[in-house]
Write a protein that binds this ligand. Structure first.
Ligand code: FAD
Length: 448
């Protein structure tokens, strides 16, 4: 065992781990990151990922520009369209496409410059406990590290969270195949110059989108669906039949999964925090998780800083992370997850009607689910939606069953939101809070 005792050991050196490491190292703490992969293979599971340009300042992320190794492309206009490709809703804001491996390398470098130590080819294996509390990790073939706090940023594998004892305070569930979003990205080249894409367009009914890629003559056509890659391919085939895509030639296919399930109810145990995909912090509308995890990590670094200064990193001392995360983002994500889980049951024509009448698929709602904060519904919005629904029923463009599901989604979403905003301020009342949360999630069910 190394003699040194770290303040923080982080498992996983990708976007979440590197972000947490840099912020804690900047505060002067002794930080070590252990990563299963080699430095050369780290982050290579995906080529491109997107970040909204405004998020760079919001999270103090390293900025990249055209010509940099990490930069791939930028685009400004994002549209969301109906199943018959009508009523496009425009979302504002520039999106930056970056090469994931290169950007993670840059984040690792910045964290190292801030003082964090990184060890690659170093998989987490188990915890070290003292009096039943985590005090370090075993990794890389039996090596040991002592640490005041261990942070799991190991992605969907949830390497350390899965090893927690049942009563440690953080759920140790597996992110099962049914809890994932299966994403297939087709990198294509357009056959005709007039079709080159300078903006993105999404079709929520098919869970598909088309967006620019690094090749100015090409694009990425993506689909993300629950259940399996096969199911995603079935929907894609229907999408290609229904929507008139410009002629293209396929250059390559990339596949990956992202968590699509609720977060563990608590992110903290004694001397322990879970974050990133390991904590299912992905956006409920599209499964993206790089910056939505950072919302929790900004809070976590502030609370951990306070706890380390006070010499108390118990579950109680870290609990504030749960409360503040739910207030800032978690409660709103629950609302969106519940509404979307029910709304996807609508038929193609009903989706078309929602787009036409700005019900759920309005620019306001879409902007809000993309950015994260609450959908602030005015009385005017509610009356507008109610009027659209009533008129849809009378004209038979909406069925009673779909209406019932939609109302159920909005009602459950509101109940969940209020319940998460009422998260207990200390662990004392946690068990009864969990019982009610379990009831509500059981009613929401899984995405069809
Ligand atoms: C096809 C696709 C496209 C996506 N596009 C976007 C996008 O455009 N924008 C966006 O925000 N999100 C996107 N996402 C989601 C995004 O990729 C994830 O939410 C995000 O990368 C999660 O980061 P993370 O650091 O938490 O986990 P990961 O990136 O999974 O990193 C976890 C790290 O932990 C390491 N690790 C695992 N087990 C161990 C262990 N036992 N010991 C030590 N280390 C371990 C892994 O090797 C890995 O390096 C996409 C996902 C997919 C599948």
């Amino acid at each position: 065992m190394e003699n040194v005792k770290y303040d923080v050991v982080i498992i996983g050196a990708a976007t979440s781990g590197a972000f947490f490491a840099k912020r804690m190292a900047q505060k002067g703490y002794k930080v070590k990151v252990i990563e299963k992969l080699s430095k050369e293979t780290l982050g290579r599971r995906l080529d491109i990922f997107h970040v909204a340009k405004m998020e760079f300042d919001r999270f103090g992320l390293p900025k990249v520009k055209k010509g940099d190794l990490e930069w791939a492309f930028e685009f400004d206009d994002n549209f969301t369209a109906s199943p018959y490709d009508n009523y496009p809703k425009r979302n504002v804001g520039t999106i930056v496409g970056m090469h994931m491996a290169e950007y993670i390398a840059l984040m690792n470098k910045e964290a190292m410059e801030a003082g964090a130590e990184f060890e690659y080819d170093a998989p987490f294996e188990d915890f070290i406990y003292e009096d039943g509390k985590i005090v370090g990790v075993v990794y890389g073939g039996g090596k040991e590290l002592l640490s005041k706090v261990v942070v799991d940023c190991s992605g969907t594998a949830s390497a350390s969270r899965r090893k927690l004892p049942n009563d440690y305070g953080v759920e140790n569930f597996e992110i099962t195949p049914e809890d994932k979003f299966y994403v297939i990205l087709r990198y294509v080249k357009f056959l005709d110059g007039k079709d080159y894409h300078h903006s993105s367009r999404g079709w929520p009914f098919y869970k598909t989108w088309i967006a620019p890629c690094a090749d100015p003559e090409g694009a990425i056509i993506g689909i993300g669906a629950c259940h399996s890659y096969d199911y995603a391919e079935q929907i894609y085939a229907k999408f290609e039949k229904d929507i008139n895509l410009p002629p293209y030639e396929l250059t390559r296919i990339e596949k990956g999964t992202t968590p699509y399930t609720r977060c563990p109810y608590s992110f903290v145990g004694d001397n322990y925090i879970v974050s990133g995909d390991a904590a299912c912090l992905t956006k409920p509308n599209n499964g993206e998780g790089v910056t939505s995890s950072m919302v929790q990590m900004v809070i976590a670094t502030e609370v951990l800083d306070k706890a380390l200064k006070a010499g108390d990193t118990s579950k109680e001392a870290l609990w504030e992370i749960n409360v503040r995360y739910n207030e800032e983002q978690g409660a709103d994500f629950c609302f969106t997850r519940a509404v979307l889980t029910k709304a996807v049951n609508a038929t193609r024509d009903e989706f078309e009607y929602f787009f036409k009448k700005d019900i759920i698929f309005s620019e306001k709602f879409l902007d809000s689910v993309n950015a994260g904060p609450a959908v602030k519904m005015t009385l005017g919005d509610i009356l507008h939606i109610a009027g659209g629904i009533i008129s849809g029923l009378f004209t038979k463009q909406l069925s009673f069953n779909s209406l019932k599901l939609l109302i159920e989604g909005i009602t459950l979403g509101n109940e969940l939101k209020l319940h998460y905003l009422d998260f207990p301020s200390t662990p004392a009342d946690y068990d009864s809070w969990v019982l009610r949360a379990n009831e509500l999630w059981a009613k929401v069910g899984k995405m069809k």
